[in-house]
Design a protein around this ligand. Structure first.
Ligand SMILES: [Zn+2]
Length: 363
């Protein structure tokens, strides 16, 4: 049987809220049921993105609303997409005929509005990981997206959040977090943690990526780095050209959110417009599929094949490498890894097994 793929990070709930019909097909986005099946994606994590700009009082409600959208999309899929929380669930729904098990996550600890009770309510809704920060510092965790923070890493409350996540079975995700936050998570976590959608700073030195120290810390916990497919995180030439031609991506996204935050359809349309102009202007420097393999191989070379995976960021990024139009491209990515010398058991761990191990280790 062909190797199945687990994709650790798709921003698809926003597309669902904007009207995407994943069962019928959704060509405007990167993900739908048919292309997940063609891509061999047996497990997709749908991340509920909570914008840093949302005021307290709306952040938790936003996460809950997006969790509802995941349930709606699964219910409307004719059994092709099925929600799962544990590896036993994943096996059960796949054996039962679903083509993709969908695991829910929350992107941005802003969602809990500084309240562990809300964290618990997210867990009760099936959330299996939470990305601690997005592009802005929280009151309790420093982000890689800001040049400075009034404290380092995690505050005392931030440590409480990590411990509570360890207890509840919500995997700690350090993508977007500041290096000092990664360091603090590594020091206090009692369970393996994730960088669900991050690349290696050694190959593309931007703050959003993980330095080798950070990758070693994730691996030492028994965790996993999901390689992000955004060219601006994969490739320094692209990142530099993007900075000079388009400016800061997160600032551009924030401008879209400020202008259209209350209108999901217009927000998506504005995001697509930004993406289209970016794709056009960045075409000359867009890297190929091999750049994804470079980052996978860097992690494997540094810490071994138990600690690499995929966190595409489909439906969340404005551009993708040449040859990777959407989630149907995974078989080509796996082929690239084989051609670059990875054995079949290694490819199977990276594509599928490693994330299952981390879920099992965070019961
Ligand atoms: Zn993200």
């Amino acid at each position: 049987m062909a190797i199945r793929v687990a994709d650790l990070h798709c921003d698809t709930p926003l597309e669902i809220r904007g009207g995407a019909d994943l069962a019928a097909g959704h060509a405007e986005g990167h993900v739908d049921a048919g292309r997940l099946e063609r891509g061999g994606v047996g497990l997709a994590v749908f991340a509920c993105y909570v914008a840093p700009s949302l005021p307290a009082g709306r952040a938790f409600a936003e996460a809950m609303d997006l969790l509802d959208r995941i349930d709606e999309a699964c219910a409307a899929s004719g059994g092709r997409l099925a929600k799962a929380e544990t590896t036993a669930d994943i096996d059960r729904v796949l054996e039962g005929g679903a083509t993709t098990a969908v695991v829910a996550a929350v992107e941005n600890g802003h969602a809990i509005e500084e309240d562990l009770g809300r964290l618990e309510r997210l867990r009760l809704r099936g959330v299996r990981y939470m990305t601690l920060t997005h592009s802005r510092n929280l009151s309790w965790a420093a982000s890689s997206g800001e040049a400075s923070c009034s404290f380092e890493g995690l505050t005392a409350f931030g440590e409480k959040v990590v411990h509570a996540m360890n207890e509840m079975g919500i995997v700690v995700d350090v993508s977007h977090a500041h290096a000092t936050t990664v360091r603090d998570v590594a020091r206090i976590t009692r369970r393996p943690f994730l960088a669900s959608h991050s690349d290696a700073a050694a190959l593309c030195p931007i703050p959003r990526n993980l330095a080798d120290d950070g990758i070693r810390a994730v691996a030492a916990s028994g965790g996993l780095v999901g390689i992000n497919f955004f060219p601006g995180f994969l490739d320094p030439a692209y990142a530099e050209a993007q900075e000079s031609r388009i400016g800061d991506l997160f600032e551009a996204l924030e401008a879209v959110e400020r202008e259209h935050g209350d209108d999901p359809a217009r927000r998506l349309a504005a995001g697509r417009q930004l993406a289209a102009s970016m794709r056009e202007r960045m075409a000359p420097v867009r890297p190929g599929i091999g750049r994804i393999a470079d980052h996978v191989l860097h992690v494997v070379g540094l810490v071994g094949d138990d600690h690499a995976g995929f966190g595409s960021d489909f439906d969340g990024v404005p551009d993708l490498p040449e040859g990777v139009p959407d989630c149907s491209a995974f078989p080509r990515i796996l082929r690239e890894l084989r051609e670059r010398g990875l054995s079949e058991p290694s490819v199977a761990k990276i594509a599928w097994g490693n994330f299952r191990r981390v879920l099992d280790a965070n019961p």
